[in-house]
Design a protein around this ligand. Structure first.
Ligand code: HEC
Ligand code: HEC
Length: 376
């Protein structure tokens, strides 16, 4: 099922890195014969590292879906690129090879980090690569000398989580107005990490259901996501989403909902305040059903949500995904952000989506959400 009027996202700069991951997802359905099953997220989510990858010694038993999170995390924590630990065969990555000594050291470091957490922190991810490395390949052994700073002014008493949430729902337009929004058709541009922007179109039809397309110079690139399966298609790939794609797609579906927090609210606790840009925010934090941690920052003045950070906790560190909401404007009685920026440790994946036109409850053709029945 191909829709010619669909285009999709993915920033140009991300394509190169995305290709790394595409290149290694050897277990994604390849043959056209397996067409009936688009994606098998359940099975894929339970796949272990050693089942999916070729030379796993330290990360045995952990979910394969976390590989991307872990490698991005390791790179960001040590300030090292993929190429500083991994080698290539010609122009193909050979991630499984141990020919680079940094990889061998890193493997010992992974084991060490997991052992520290097991022995001293009940197996919780407390000591991470970043704890020691702080973005450097060689950790610093001498603390920097820092001039003293004036203490921060004492903050006023924080409102209770329920009050913050109630104010947010009110600021967005109220429960009733939010619930009336069943579909959203969105047009705008996708601005890549390198500043280039491309026309974008999104069809959103409820939680966990969207199509997203971006017209890139090399051709349309589209993404479809339905519940827990999805499909990616662009000039170089045409395949079912794998488990780690699905984690990102779920986040995107969520950030497209007219209100990020609906009743019944998940349990959230106060986590102080922080600034998002120049705005003072209250922070609430909690856990999603799948165990990921989440933090929300609400503008103290307007009550609106300005930032959401979702963290995947792995055995060696925490991989954050930050979504910033900006440019709130009224659409059919609901205040919705017209700019959504998603940022990762791997900056190549960062992108901003700016919306120029949003229609609520416009008709969205159900056929758009059919995942391809056959490859090609
Ligand atoms: C500091 C070193 C280091 C960096 C930087 C690093 N890796 Fe790794 N990578 C490792 C180690 C160590 C393993 C093996 C883990 C094990 O033995 O369980 C590994 C394994 C992998 C594997 C599995 C290979 C297989 O089939 O066995 C992939 C894929 C991978 N890395 C991709 C990447 C990508 C992509 C990047 C850049 C974003 C990256 N790595 C950055 C150290 C690193
Ligand atoms: C308890 C502190 C600590 C933790 C945690 C830690 N490291 Fe290290 N790491 C070090 C120290 C200290 C060195 C430097 C050793 C040296 O200079 O010979 C080092 C060196 C390295 C090197 C070699 C750098 C080079 O250029 O030779 C790599 C690669 C590395 N660590 C990766 C990691 C990864 C990946 C993690 C997380 C899985 C990690 N480390 C966690 C302390 C730590």
């Amino acid at each position: 099922m191909l829709e010619k009027n669909l285009k999709r996202f993915v920033v140009a700069a991300a394509i190169m890195l995305a290709a790394f991951w595409a290149g290694v997802s050897l277990v994604a359905p390849v043959s056209g014969q397996q067409a009936q099953q688009p994606a098998q997220p359940q099975a894929a989510a339970e796949e272990t590292m050693e089942q999916k990858y070729k030379n796993i010694q330290a990360l045995k038993g952990l979910p394969a879906s976390q590989m991307r999170a872990m490698m991005n995390y390791i790179s960001a924590s040590t300030g090292m690129t993929c190429a500083e630990c991994h080698v290539k065969n010609g122009d193909q990555w050979a991630f499984e090879k141990d020919d680079n000594n940094h990889k061998v050291i890193a493997r010992r470091m992974i084991t060490m980090t997991m052992e520290i957490n097991k022995a001293s922190f009940n197996g919780r991810t407390q000591v991470t690569c970043y704890t020691c490395h702080q973005g450097h390949d060689h950790p610093m052994h001498v603390p920097p000398i820092v001039a003293p700073k004036a203490p921060e002014a004492a903050a006023g008493a924080a409102p209770k989580p329920d009050e913050i949430l109630a104010k947010y729902v009110q600021a967005v337009g109220g429960k009733e107005a939010i619930e009336k929004v069943k579909t959203r058709v969105i047009k705008g541009v996708s601005v890549a990490a390198n500043g280039q922007s491309f026309p974008l179109e999104i069809n959103f039809a409820g939680t966990d259901k969207y199509t997203l397309s971006v017209a890139l110079p090399q051709g349309a690139t589209t993404q479809k996501f339905v519940a827990s399966a999805g499909w990616l298609k662009n000039s170089r790939e045409d395949r079912a989403m794998d488990a780690s794609d699905i984690i990102r797609a779920k986040s995107l579906a969520w950030s497209l909902e007219p209100a990020q927090l609906k009743e019944p609210f998940m349990r959230l606790g106060s986590a102080g305040s922080e600034k998002v840009g120049d705005k003072d925010c209250w922070v609430l934090q909690g856990r999603l059903q799948d165990g990921r941690r989440v933090r929300f920052s609400f503008d103290k003045t307007s009550g609106l949500l300005l930032r959401r950070v979702v963290q995947i906790v792995t055995a060696i560190g925490i991989d954050p995904e930050q979504t910033d909401y900006d440019d709130y404007r009224d659409v059919s009685g609901v205040k919705v952000p017209h700019s959504i920026t998603t940022s990762y440790l791997d900056r190549n994946y960062n992108s901003t989506r700016k919306f120029t036109e949003i229609k609520h409850n416009a008709k969205v053709d159900e056929a758009l959400f059919n995942l391809p029945a056959t490859k090609q």
